[in-house]
Design a binder for this molecule. Structure first.
Ligand SMILES: [Zn+2]
Length: 145
């Protein structure tokens, strides 16, 4: 099993997604995991669910994910956009994060658990190495449920 296979399993990435590469910064403080998708993949239109071919790729986006050892882990991907016959060109969502979020779903769950354990947003910010507004945005999602 290669490193990318291991990380693909840990991230629970399924076809057509795969890990194209992993880079650790020279100081060993951050790991960057590049996610890609098979070129012949078809994705569901986010509006109607119809399968459509990939039209192009959006600009690279980055999501904070759960730290691994002492490294902050960042997921990078140029998400596919599909051309739906009814809705035109639409951005596809990810299996690892909610639309519009800069944090993976797993990291958002960690934020919630940490705030609940700390009883303060400030304490969670220090433990998670996040800014107050990032933690507060996740907690706002929780209260909206
Ligand atoms: Zn559609």
């Amino acid at each position: 099993m290669t490193d990318t296979d291991t990380f693909q399993t840990l991230l629970r990435l399924a076809e057509p997604w795969f890990i194209a590469g992993i880079d650790i910064d020279p100081a060993g403080e951050a790991m960057h995991v590049c996610i890609d998708f098979r070129r012949d993949a078809r994705f569901a239109c986010p509006q109607c669910g119809a399968l459509a071919e990939v039209y192009d790729r959006a600009e690279e986006r980055v999501w904070r994910h759960l730290d691994l050892w002492q490294c902050e882990t960042w997921l990078h991907c140029r998400l596919p956009r599909v051309r739906c016959e009814v809705h035109g060109v639409r951005q596809v969502g990810t299996p690892w994060a909610e639309p519009g979020s800069r944090l993976s779903s797993a990291f958002e769950a960690r934020v919630i658990d940490t705030v609940l354990a700390c009883q303060t947003v400030k304490g969670a910010c220090a433990l998670l190495r996040l800014k107050w507004d990032q933690v507060n945005a996740v907690m706002a999602l929780l209260t909206a449920m």
